[in-house]
Design a binder for this molecule. Structure first.
Ligand code: 13P
Ligand code: SF4
Length: 316
């Protein structure tokens, strides 16, 4: 996926990173939105938020380097408090995680007594500590159904909440107003014109409802990868972050990937040089205060105990 000259330029850094991983017994977990040099060059495990949360919970490595945004590294720190979790850039945030605080969740609980609260993993540890269970885009429907409740609060993504509500018409979903700054920018008319051109359109559930209504398939980043690698559409648009198409294209040379896509400025703060520095200096360590971690762990463990639909979940 990279011009040969560029690949040679990063080869030395890739080798140095892999050498440090050996020396430190470290594992690199990389989200599907990482650039191809990270995704294909140095990652030990790649996947969506759910696959990476599962991988972090079961790794035997001493050090986890999280090539993803802060809430993902925090989730790893919560599930494995005895490991060192590093993030190459601690300012790699997320507009969804920033849209809600623990105090907001307490106010919601007060307003809707007895209604279970599901938090998307794109939230801070403090928010996870206040809710009943977490979910990702890969298991949100199964998590909501697992509660057996007539009403469920889903936070913080209003688009994911609306999409789940459409999948579970027998359950009343009470949403929060957050949105992903990357997916919120796609429009239904973009999707309509792609489809009119014969392009298969696959969208992430963080997109607005009019985008999802026009798409051929909706799923988590892992489900999107799986759809393309199994169905092999002739021309496809992945309505999500730009690196997704670059990474999937490497395994699907027969598929034409059509833009648009939007860059996530937070994910793009994680670079090969940053990962190298992180391993060399053992920074930036991600820790969660024990009291918060204990409560947040309950919500994450509850999610990991929900059996996921095989078609929806799957690391590469
Ligand atoms: P996935 O769980 O589908 O990988 O999505 C994470 C994310 O942040 C999407 O914007
Ligand atoms: Fe957050 Fe959106 Fe970036 Fe995902 S793509 S990390 S939801 S801002």
């Amino acid at each position: 996926m990279m011009p040969e000259a560029e690949a040679w330029a990063v080869a030395e850094e890739v080798a140095a990173i892999r050498q440090l991983c050996e020396e430190r017994n470290a594992v690199i977990l990389a989200h599907n939105y990482m650039t191809p040099d990270i995704f294909h060059g140095v990652a030990d495990i790649t996947g969506d938020s759910l696959a990476l949360a599962r991988a972090a919970a079961t790794t035997e490595a001493d050090v986890i380097v999280f090539a993803g945004v802060h809430f993902m590294a925090e989730t790893a720190a919560i599930t494995c408090p005895d490991r060192t979790v590093l993030i190459p850039d601690p300012t790699a945030g997320c507009s969804l995680a920033e849209s809600i605080t623990a105090a907001d969740v307490r106010a919601l609980r007060h307003r809707h007594p007895g209604v279970p609260i599901v938090a998307y993993v794109n939230t801070s540890a403090a928010v996870k500590a206040e809710v009943d269970i977490c979910c990702t885009s890969g298991n949100a429907v199964e998590v909501v159904r697992s509660l057996g409740a007539a009403e469920v609060i889903m936070l913080p993504d209003r688009h994911l909440a609306a999409w789940v509500a459409g999948q579970v018409p027998d359950i009343r979903i009470i949403p929060w107003h957050g949105a992903c700054e990357v997916h919120d920018r796609f429009t239904g008319s973009q999707v309509r014109s792609l489809r009119a051109d014969g392009v298969t359109v696959i969208a992430h559930p963080e997109c607005p409802a009019d985008v999802l209504a026009e798409a051929d398939f909706v799923g988590s980043t892992a489900a999107m990868t799986r759809y393309v690698t199994v169905q092999r559409p002739r021309r496809v648009a992945l309505i999500t972050e730009c690196s997704m198409a670059d990474n999937v294209a490497a395994d699907c040379p027969d598929v034409e990937f059509v833009r648009p896509c939007n860059l996530c400025p937070h994910m793009k703060k994680i670079t090969l040089a940053g990962i190298h520095r992180s391993l060399a200096t053992m920074t930036h360590q991600v820790t969660v205060p024990e009291r918060v971690a204990t409560a947040a762990r309950r919500s994450i463990d509850a999610m990991l105990a929900v059996p996921a639909a095989a078609a929806v979940v799957g690391a590469r």
